[in-house]
Design a protein around this ligand. Structure first.
Ligand code: C2E
Ligand code: CA
Ligand code: CA
Ligand code: CA
Length: 279
C-alpha cells in the first residue's frame, strides 16, 4: 500500500509538473504573440428580441498560431496571472475602436455596437479610463457604441476604485455590462452603487430555462430587478427557438447564442447581417 501511495504521489507530481511546464510554455509564446499581434477577433451578434435586428456584436478573442485557433479559456487566465492581460486588452480595444471608426461612415453599419470583454485586472489599473479617453480621441465614432463587459468578481474586487472608473466611463459615454450575471458573488448592493447599463444573464440559467422551474424563476427575477433599475437585459447562450420565445415573453431585451449565430470572423458576420449568408 505504501508503494502504491508513493507511486500515486509521483503521478500527481508529474501531472502538476506538466501543468506548470505548459503554463510556462504558453507564457513565452504569449509574449511573442503580443509583439507580433497574433490575435484575431471573432464576433457574435446580439439581437434586439422584438425587432430581431442585430444591434451589437460581442468581440471574442482568438489566438491564431499558424492557422490554428487557440480559445481564450486556454490563455486568458494565464495572461491574467502573468501580468500580460493589459497588453492583450490594449490590442483588443485598438481593433474594436478601429472597426467602429470604419463603420462610422457606412450607412448600414454605423449604428452597430461592439462589446468587448474586460478583465478585473484591467479595470483595477489606475489610468484605465484615460486609456479609453485617448482611444476616443484617436478614433472617430459614437462612444455609446462601445460596450465593456465585466464580471461581478471584476467589479467587486476593488469596489471603491471601480466605482470611480465606471463613473468616468459613463461620462465618456461608454456602456458597461455585467457579464455572467448571477454566477459571481452576486450582491445587489453593487447594482445600487455602480453606473452600469446592461445585465447579461448567464447561459447556465438560459440553458435550464425550459426544464427547471427554479432557473425560470431566477431569470424572471433578474429581468425584473434589471427593469426596475432601468437596465437593459441581455440573455446569452440562446441555443433554441423556444429559449428566444420564452425570453421574449419574459421581457428580456436582447439575445445572443448559437441559435442566432455562432461567433464568426468579421467579414463573414457582415455577410450574415446583410442577409448574404446563414449562420
Ligand atoms: P463570455 O464573455 O461569457 O463569452 C461567451 C462565450 O460563450 C464565448 O466563448 C462564446 O463563443 C460562447 N457562446 C456563445 N453562444 C453560445 C451558446 O449558445 N452556447 C454555448 N454553450 N456557448 C456559447 P469563447 O469565445 O470561447 O470565450 C470564452 C470566454 O473567454 C468569454 O466568456 C470571456 O470571458 C473570455 N474572453 C473572450 N474574449 C476575451 C477578450 O478579448 N478579453 C478577455 N479578457 N476575455 C475574453
Ligand atoms: Ca462576455
Ligand atoms: Ca458571458
Ligand atoms: Ca463566461
Amino acid at each position: 500500500a505504501k508503494k502504491q501511495g508513493k507511486n500515486q504521489y509521483k503521478l500527481f507530481d508529474a501531472a502538476l509538473e506538466e501543468r506548470v511546464q505548459k503554463a510556462i510554455y504558453i507564457e513565452e509564446r504569449l509574449r511573442q504573440a503580443i509583439l507580433l499581434k497574433q490575435f484575431e477577433l471573432y464576433f457574435q451578434p446580439k439581437i434586439d428580441i422584438s425587432s430581431r435586428e442585430v444591434i451589437s456584436l460581442e468581440a471574442l478573442i482568438r489566438w491564431n498560431v499558424n492557422g490554428h485557433m487557440i480559445f481564450p479559456d486556454e490563455f486568458i487566465p494565464i495572461a491574467e496571472d502573468k501580468g500580460l492581460i493589459g497588453k492583450i486588452t490594449d490590442c483588443v480595444l485598438e481593433m474594436a475602436c478601429e472597426t467602429l471608426s470604419q463603420w462610422h461612415g457606412l450607412a448600414h453599419l454605423k449604428n452597430l455596437s461592439i462589446a468587448i470583454n474586460i478583465s478585473g485586472k484591467d479595470i483595477s489599473v489606475d489610468n484605465f479610463f484615460e486609456k479609453l479617453a485617448g482611444l476616443l480621441k484617436r478614433y472617430k465614432f459614437e462612444p455609446s457604441l462601445l460596450e465593456l463587459e465585466l464580471t461581478e468578481s471584476a467589479l467587486i474586487s476593488n469596489l471603491a476604485n471601480v466605482k470611480d472608473t465606471l463613473m468616468h466611463l459613463k461620462n465618456l459615454g461608454i456602456k458597461v455590462a455585467i457579464d455572467d450575471f448571477g454566477t459571481g458573488y452576486s450582491s445587489l448592493a453593487y447594482l445600487q452603487a455602480l453606473d452600469i447599463h446592461y445585465l447579461k444573464i448567464d447561459r447556465q440559467f438560459v440553458a435550464a430555462l425550459l426544464t427547471e422551474p427554479k432557473a425560470e424563476a431566477i431569470v424572471q427575477s433578474i429581468i425584473d430587478v434589471g427593469k426596475n433599475l432601468g437596465l437593459g437585459l441581455i440573455a446569452e447562450g440562446v441555443e433554441q427557438a423556444d429559449h428566444l420565445a420564452r425570453l421574449d415573453a419574459m421581457g428580456c431585451d436582447q439575445a445572443q447564442g448559437y441559435y442566432i449565430c455562432r461567433p464568426l470572423p468579421l467579414s463573414e458576420l457582415i455577410k450574415f447581417i446583410s442577409g448574404q449568408r446563414k449562420c
